[in-house]
Design a protein around this ligand. Structure first.
Ligand code: FES
Length: 132
């Protein structure tokens, strides 16, 4: 795996928080339009904060490594902090990515945002329903 950092290779070979989560509070499935690789993320949300995260990714080492790093990065953060993380933050978390692989960190950023947005929408709808 030429061009990958030691951190990326470590995340790829020993993914953190890999696997589905039982009864998650939020989840999202995203596909990278460039290559077709995909990621499903699961979040446990408590008090507007990510209490736990896990993932299933079908893709290249860079997408699996950044998915793994993303679950560590978002855990403990507020939802605002989690959605503010960029693909550059996820790439930095694995020691950077080779130029040809920069697009691979898009999956993690998109999945986190979509999961949080879906959760917020569901809870806004629930709150609106409770108020009516
Ligand atoms: Fe598809 Fe990396 S080549 S995400």
């Amino acid at each position: 795996m030429t061009g990958y950092s030691e951190a990326l290779i470590d995340h790829f070979e020993h993914p953190r928080n890999a696997g589905a989560m039982d009864d998650p509070d939020a989840e999202a499935f995203v596909t990278n339009p460039v290559c077709g690789d995909s990621m499903r993320i699961f979040l446990r949300i408590e008090d507007e904060r990510v209490a736990a995260a896990s993932f299933l990714t079908s893709g290249c080492p860079a997408s699996i490594g950044t998915s793994s790093a993303a679950t560590e990065l978002v855990t403990g953060r507020t939802l605002d902090e989690a959605v503010a993380l960029t693909r550059e933050d996820y790439a930095d978390a694995v020691g950077g990515l080779p130029k040809s692989k920069i697009h691979c960190s898009v999956l993690a950023a998109a999945a986190v945002r979509e999961a949080v947005e879906t959760w917020r929408k569901e809870h806004a709808d629930a709150a609106a329903g409770a108020a009516s």
